[in-house]
Ligand binder design. Structure first.
Ligand SMILES: [Zn+2]
Length: 92
């Protein structure tokens, strides 16, 4: 009574350029760039699909990292400013 796995054809993607086909997400080059998920044909590297990433947690982590590095940058510039001011006041 074992049922063979039904072929999931509903998500089969076709490459518009070379006709390559594979049931997504298998068989495609996937990568994330600028918070967008890109899917490319492994045969001719044509862009097949692009969508915004659905990972708010990841986005939040990245945003937090940006805030952190921005704060570090701000602190560095402030300390640099303080040093300049101290140098000025010593001279003045
Ligand atoms: Zn292709």
């Amino acid at each position: 009574m074992s049922q063979p796995d039904a072929p999931r054809q509903k998500s089969t993607l076709f490459c518009p350029d070379c006709g390559y086909e594979s049931p997504a997400p298998m068989g495609w080059l996937e990568y994330t760039l600028s918070d967008q998920q890109h899917k490319r044909c492994p045969s001719c590297f044509a862009l097949v699909a692009r969508r915004a990433t659905e990972t708010p947690a990841d986005t939040w982590d990245r945003g937090r990292d940006q805030v952190r590095s921005g704060f570090a940058l701000w602190r560095a510039s402030v300390s640099h400013l303080q040093q300049s001011v101290e140098r000025l006041s010593v001279r003045g």
